[in-house]
Every structure is written in structure tokens, then in C-alpha cells.
Design a protein around this ligand. Structure first.
Ligand SMILES: [Zn+2]
Length: 776
């Protein structure tokens, strides 16, 4: 759950989006709910019935059972006359005989029906109508805080990856694959991890100067916080000062050092600022129990960890909330290192700090080096807080933060400490299976090598062609809507069109991973030993940090991939003006070559539209077609845009999440809501244009009395089926960039005329309110 030293996890990308940092080298916006791939379950759709058999047979059995069930459903529905040939909505009538009875259609229909609750009026609550049964059948596994379509697909993906990682080595396999399997094996070798005990971590602590809480003879006077912060940054832990190298927002072809306020030990600043409650106590107890397990005196541990949490609460207070960080122009401050001393604070030895980092990759900085600072006021507050805090507390805190991420890499008695904390924070009852953790770990760190294994066996290149064609159609739809909107002037429209046209697309996986030499080249500077898991972990986090520092003197590679093929997500990068759809998301229910186009457009089509629209949401619009932060809109147009978005902000801000009795944060989620609304509209328009080109509607699906316009919206909604534990809802509402699933469906559809037409929802019904919001 806490992976702050591991930049490439999905959670990390989502976290970045939450904090509102414009560009950190990762993608700014992501499609999903920030559910990290590390939260996974044990049983998939097949349930417990087929648990005993060998896996291959089980899958076959499940498939044939699904077909059988589907056929029976169809037969029963036909016999009972439930199959209703009279379509609702606006599409042209389809005759009863025009029903697809291929096994694939039967299976698709059965899957859709399985998720629905048809006792609900679709015009009253479409989320319940589309997902009611799914949500009841798919209870949240014990080791997870939420479960949804994305999570389920990730679970299934992990099963495939496990098999690939556990295959015996072949003599001619790429070196990077050998490395990946070694990493996976070192993670899976639990008996050896137990046998090695805490020795590796004590050795590591020594290199950091020890953890004060464990000893009475820690030297307060010789401590220099900036040195320890720099040392930890070399292990990719960004504490007190967030620092990274990424493309310059105002000159996106050049890399530059960037500085910002930091993330904290709990998922967001609000946890600390709400006042001391059971969650903060659980966090503090986590630290206390770890200190005691490592030999601290209990009284000392209680006292010092309490001081540490008080210190972190002050840090939280020094940071700016994410909803106040959406104006990139305001956030952007460019200084030389020399100017940091005069314009920000001279209480931080900036040059010393940065040179410790960059000398690790043989770069020496001078005071003339330029950098971008996103939170100048934070650093002023930081030095005040540090001034009133003892060195011992500061050091306790810094070491705690890296240790909290390390407990998962240690023997079971360490791992179990995390459990009590997770129970309070996320409501999870058990730890996830070891193999799932290790599959995630190998994928997060050797993603392209794992991706190579995955696409070789499981990716159909046809889906790439199909996605490209859909992107072209949806881009056209975006352009049409752009021309029709009434709040932009002709000139801005023209430039917006250019931006949409310049948007680069990445689909599936980068071609080079199929070339052994090119793939191996990517991993020449890292190697693993199958019997040294803890050391491998340290090597990984150092490697991630080095790779980032090295970019400083390298040109920006706008064509590079910033995510891995086996990832169930989609991305937009504002500084690259690039959309990305990894192989992991080009699968059902988002996409299938055997789906009717209505489902593909309602699924991956809407996802494509969502990512395109990010280029024009409240933050994306601040960047031009080359990914540079520049005001390319007329002020009148900006004012019009703000009026339009205010409607969205208020609409979503009025949704109450009953389980936690909180309203959504309309400001914090506006970018994602704008993208959802625009994406859905574009995808529907693109679908209708596709149908018009065919000259006829698609064949109906068996056993479902819905026409294809209706199916389009049904599949859209079913992408968001899922439930969350209260603890998770609380976190999402408090700090998430995305609205919660229910309102991603209800908010978007209640703004959609197309939806109301398709389902004949009366004006004024819950799903068809009279007042609607639209930006794009
Ligand atoms: Zn998004």
C-alpha cells in the first residue's frame, strides 16, 4: 500500500494525479480509481467450484459452463417471450431474426446479463441497473479494500503473469527475462527470507546512521538533516523535499530539476489534519510496534513515535491542498539554485543537497543551474517546522518513512505489523497471497521484460489495429463537437483542433521489447541475486533514482513509454501531448474483437475519448500541442470555459456518498469528470457514425431486450461496476482525483441527452435532470 519509493507502480501514478503536480515524469492523469495493482484477490469469476482441478482444464470447464448457462438463458428467455424485439430509443428497428447466435454473442450477452439488476428502472438509478448483480456477486475479498471491473481484470492478468514468471528458464531467452525471474524467485523464497531474519535491514540502517529510537547513544549534534534526506532520495524516498527530473512544463523538449512539497506517510494530508483519530493512532502504533520489534524500549518508542507524528502533522499543515494546485501557471516558478537561497530560503543548503544526488550520476551542478519549484511557500514553512523540532525527532521520522516501506520485504513477523494498520485504514482483514505480491513486484520493477512475456503469449496485434481505427473515429467526433460548441471563438477552435491532431497515440506495447538486444539494453545497469531479496529491493530503488537523475543531461524522449504493457489502465501526458493504452486494457469488458462495436465504443471507445479530453480539461488545456505550458486561449474563452466547468464542479460536489456521509470534492475531481463527460459523448457520436457507414444496425445480442444504443451505455456503466469498503470510500472521497464509481456513471449519464434518448428517460427523472452540464 505504501510504495512511495517505487515510482513505477500504478498507485504512484494515481497518487501524483491526486497531489496535483503537473509533471513528475510519470503520467498526470489516469483512467482508473487509483486502485493499486497490489490490491488483489484470490478467486476470480470461476469461484470456488472448479478450484481443485488443474488450471487449464478449469478454464475450459468454466468456458463451457458459461456457454451452457448462456444458451439456457437464451432459450428460457425466448420461450418465456422475454426477448423483446421492439427496441427502445432512437435506433432503427431490428428484426427478430437478426439476432447473433454465435457462441461469442451468447457468451457476451450472458456476461452483460450477469452484472445487471433488471428489477431497477434504468431511468431511476442506472448504476444499480447495470451493476446491481455484479456488485452483489463480487464481494470484496478479505485482502482488498475495494473490488471492481479493473481489479478483477488485474487479478486475472496476474494469474497469467504468474505462469509466465514460473516457467523454467530457456537457454536462448533474453538476459532481462532471466533477471526478472531471478527477482521473482528471490521474492518467493520465503523460507530463505525467514532464515536471513532482520540482519539485512540492520546492515542497511547502519548505512543511514541508525534509527535513533532504537538506541540511547545516537549523536544529536553530528546530525545533518539535509544529508540524510539526500541519502534517502538516492533510495528513491522523497522526504521533506520532493525532487525529480522531468521535462520542463514551459519547454517540454528539455529536462529540468523540479522541486515540490512532499507526500506524507498516510495517504493524504487530511488524515493528519482531521485531528487525532483511530487512523492516526493506527499509523503511530505501526511505527511503535516496528521500533519495539527491532529492539526499542517500549516507553521510549511510544514517546518518540508520538513526537514524530506530531512533527508530521505540522508538515501536513505546511502543504497546500490539491484543490488549490490546479493552476499550473501559478504553480510554475523558475529559479537558479542561487535564487533559491534568496527567493525561497537560505536555511536549506540547496547546492549541497542537489550535488549529493547528482554526483551519484557524475553530474556536478553549479549555482547557475535552473530548476522549477511548484511550492515555494512550502519550503519556507518547512524550515520553520524543522527549526522547532529536535534532530532526534527529524531523524526518527526520516528513517521511519523508509522502514515503513521495507516491512513488506522482511520476514513475516515484520509484514504482520502492516496488517493492523491496513485493517484500520483500508478495512482489509488478511494479507494478499505471496505470489500476487511478487508478481506485482516483478512487474513494477521489470515491467518491459514482463511485458515481453505477456504480449508474446497473450496479445493479439489485431486489437492494436482496431484501437487505432477507433482513436481516429473518436478524434473526428471530438473535432465535430469542437466545431459545434458555442463558447469558443474560431481562432481558439482552430488551435484546439491542431492540438487534437498532434496528440500522439501509444497502443499495446513498444515494438522494441520484442527485440532481445534492445530489451536487454534497458536493463544492463541492474542485476539480481535469487538468494538476496532485500538487497535486490534496495538495488531497485537506487536504480529508479539513478535513472531519473541521469535524465537531466539527456534530451526528452517524447516517444518513450511511461507505463508497462501488462497494466489495466490508460493515460494522458500533458507535456508529451500523448495518449496511451497498454495491452492490459485492450481486453474484455473494455474491448474484444468478438464484441459488437456498440460494446467496444461504450468500453475502450469511451476510455479513448476520456484520455483525449484530458488534453482539454482544466489542467490539460493549459498546455499547447507541443506539451508546453502556455496560455493559448483568449481570456473570454477562458472565462466561458470556467463557467462551463463550474456547472460540473457544482453537480459533482452535490453528490453525497451515503456510506461515509461525505460529498464529493467537485473541484478536486473536475478534470476527471470533464474527461468522463466528454469521452462518453465523443464515443457515442463515433459509434453512430460507424453504424451510419455500415448502413444498418448491428445484429442483436441474444436474450437481452436492448438495442445497441442501449448496449453502448450498458457496457460503459459496467466498466465501473464495483464496491468499496467504507475506509476506502473515505480515502477516495477525501483525496481522490476521480469521482467514485457510482457517480462516474450517474454524473456522466445524467448529462447525456444521448443516454436519455436511448433509454427513453422522461425529462425530470433521476437520470434525466432538466439542468445538464457540458464542457466538451
Ligand atoms: Zn482520467
Amino acid at each position: 500500500m505504501s510504495s512511495s519509493d517505487n515510482i513505477m507502480t500504478k498507485g504512484q501514478i494515481a497518487l501524483r494525479s491526486v497531489n496535483g503536480v503537473p509533471s513528475n515524469g510519470a503520467y498526470v492523469n489516469d483512467m482508473n480509481l487509483g486502485t493499486s495493482s497490489s490490491q488483489v484477490e484470490i478467486l476470480g469469476n470461476e469461484g470456488t467450484i472448479y478450484k481443485k482441478g488443474p488450471r487449464k482444464e478449469r478454464i475450459l470447464l468454466a468456458v463451457s459452463m458459461a456457454l451452457l448457462v448462456g444458451c439456457i438463458v437464451v432459450l428460457v428467455l425466448f420461450l418465456t417471450g422475454v426477448v423483446n424485439p421492439a427496441p427502445l430509443g432512437q435506433s432503427s428497428p431490428v428484426t427478430e431474426k437478426d439476432v447473433c447466435l454465435d457462441p461469442e454473442c451468447v457468451r457476451t450477452a450472458a456476461n452483460l446479463l450477469n452484472g445487471m439488476d433488471q428489477t431497477i428502472d434504468p431511468c431511476d438509478d442506472f448504476f444499480e441497473y447495470a451493476c446491481g448483480a455484479w456488485n452483489r456477486k463480487n464481494i470484496i475479498p478479505e485482502d482488498k479494500s475495494s473490488y471492481n471491473t479493473f481489479g478483477k481484470l488485474r487479478d486475472e492478468l496476474q494469474v497469467l503473469l504468474k505462469a509466465l514468471l514460473e516457467k523454467p528458464d530457456m537457454p536462448n531467452q533474453p538476459n532481462s527475462v532471466t533477471k526478472t525471474r531471478n527477482l521473482y524467485r528471490s521474492c518467493m523464497n520465503e523460507s530463505l527470507i525467514e532464515l536471513r531474519g532482520a540482519k539485512p535491514v540492520f546492515d542497511f540502517l547502519e548505512t543511514l546512521g541508525g534509527w535513533p529510537v532504537l538506541t540511547s547513544n545516537w549523536s544529536e549534534s553530528s546530525f545533518d538533516w539535509i544529508e540524510l534526506v539526500a541519502k534517502l532520495r538516492l533510495y528513491n524516498n522523497k522526504l521533506l523535499i520532493d525532487e525529480w527530473v522531468s521535462s520542463d512544463d514551459k519547454n517540454s523538449s528539455v529536462n529540468i530539476i523540479q522541486l515540490d512539497q512532499v507526500d506524507l506517510g498516510m495517504p493524504s494530508r487530511d488524515y493528519f489534519l482531521k485531528g487525532r483519530d483511530e487512523k492516526v493512532e493506527a499509523y503511530e502504533n505501526f511505527a511503535v510496534s516496528l521500533a519495539i520489534l527491532m529492539g526499542a524500549n517500549e516507553t521510549v518508542a511510544r514517546e518518540e513515535m508520538r513526537e514524530m507524528v506530531e512533527f508530521e502533522t505540522k508538515l501536513a499543515n505546511s502543504t497546500t491542498p490539491p484543490e488549490d494546485r490546479r493552476d499550473n501557471e501559478k504553480l510554475y516558478n523558475r529559479f537558479t539554485i542561487r535564487e533559491l537561497y534568496t527567493n525561497i530560503t537560505d536555511k536549506i543548503d540547496w547546492l549541497k543537497f542537489l550535488n549529493i544526488l547528482f554526483q551519484s550520476v557524475n553530474i556536478t551542478l553549479t549555482e547557475d543551474e535552473e530548476l522549477v519549484v511548484y511550492a515555494p511557500e512550502y519550503f519556507g514553512k518547512l524550515v520553520d517546522v524543522l527549526h522547532e523540532t529536535s534532530n532526534r525527532t527529524i531523524a526518527n521520522y526520516l528513517v521511519w518513512r523508509i522502514m515503513m516501506n521495507r516491512v513488506g520485504n522482511l520476514p513475516k513477523r515484520f509484514q504482520s505489523l502492516n496488517q493492523a494498520y491496513s485493517k484500520v485504514l483500508y478495512g482489509t482483514d488478511t494479507d494478499q497471497a505471496r505470489w500476487r505480491k511478487c508478481v506485482s513486484y516483478a512487474t513494477d520493477n521489470m515491467g518491459m521484460a514482463v511485458g515481453r512475456l505477456f504480449v508474446e503469449e497473450h496479445f493479439n496485434s489485431e486489437s492494436k489495429e482496431s484501437a487505432l481505427a477507433m482513436i481516429a473515429n473518436i478524434r473526428d467526433a471530438f473535432n465535430e463537437l469542437l466545431m459545434e460548441n458555442d463558447w469558443m471563438d474560431t481562432e481558439t477552435r482552430k488551435v484546439a483542433r491542431e492540438k487534437a491532431a498532434a496528440m500522439e497515440e501509444k497502443i499495446g506495447f513498444p515494438a522494441y521489447i520484442l527485440n532481445n538486444t534492445a530489451l536487454d539494453d534497458e536493463y544492463t545497469t541492474i542485476d539480481y541475486q535469487a538468494d538476496k531479496y532485500f538487497e535486490n529491493v534496495l538495488a531497485n530503488i537506487r536504480h529508479i533514482a539513478h535513472q531519473n537523475f541521469k535524465k537531466l543531461r539527456e534530451p526528452v524522449d517524447k516517444t518513450s513509454w511511461s507505463t508497462y504493457p501488462p497494466v489495466v489502465n490508460a493515460f494522458y501526458s500533458a507535456t508529451k501531448n500523448q495518449i496511451m493504452f497498454p495491452a492490459g486494457i485492450l481486453q474484455p469488458p473494455f474491448y474484444s474483437k468478438t464484441f459488437p462495436k456498440s460494446l467496444n465504443y461504450g468500453g475502450i471507445g469511451m476510455v479513448i475519448g476520456h484520455e483525449i479530453t484530458h488534453g482539454f480539461d482544466d489542467r490539460g488545456r493549459q498546455f499547447d500541442k507541443d506539451g508546453n505550458l502556455v496560455q493559448w486561449w483568449d481570456q473570454t474563452v477562458v472565462d466561458n470555459f470556467k463557467k462551463k466547468t463550474l456547472c460540473i464542479i457544482q453537480q459533482y460536489g452535490n453528490y453525497t456518498v451515503k456510506e461515509v456521509n461525505m460529498n464529493l470534492n467537485g473541484i478536486q475531481t473536475q478534470g476527471e469528470n470533464i474527461a468522463d463527460n466528454g469521452g462518453l459523448k465523443q464515443a457515442f457520436r463515433a459509434y453512430r457514425k460507424w453504424v451510419a457507414k455500415q448502413g444498418k444496425e448491428e445484429s442483436k445480442l441474444p436474450g437481452i431486450s436492448l438495442n445497441h444504443n442501449q448496449l453502448f451505455f450498458l457496457n460503459f456503466a459496467q466498466m465501473w461496476c464495483g464496491t468499496d469498503r467504507h475506509q476506502r470510500l473515505f480515502q477516495k472521497v477525501l483525496a481522490g482525483a476521480h469521482s467514485i464509481n457510482r457517480f462516474r456513471v450517474i454524473g456522466t449519464l445524467s448529462n447525456s441527452e444521448d443516454f436519455s434518448n436511448a433509454y427513453n428517460c422522461k425529462p425530470g427523472s433521476k437520470m434525466n435532470p432538466v439542468n445538464k452540464c457540458a464542457v466538451w
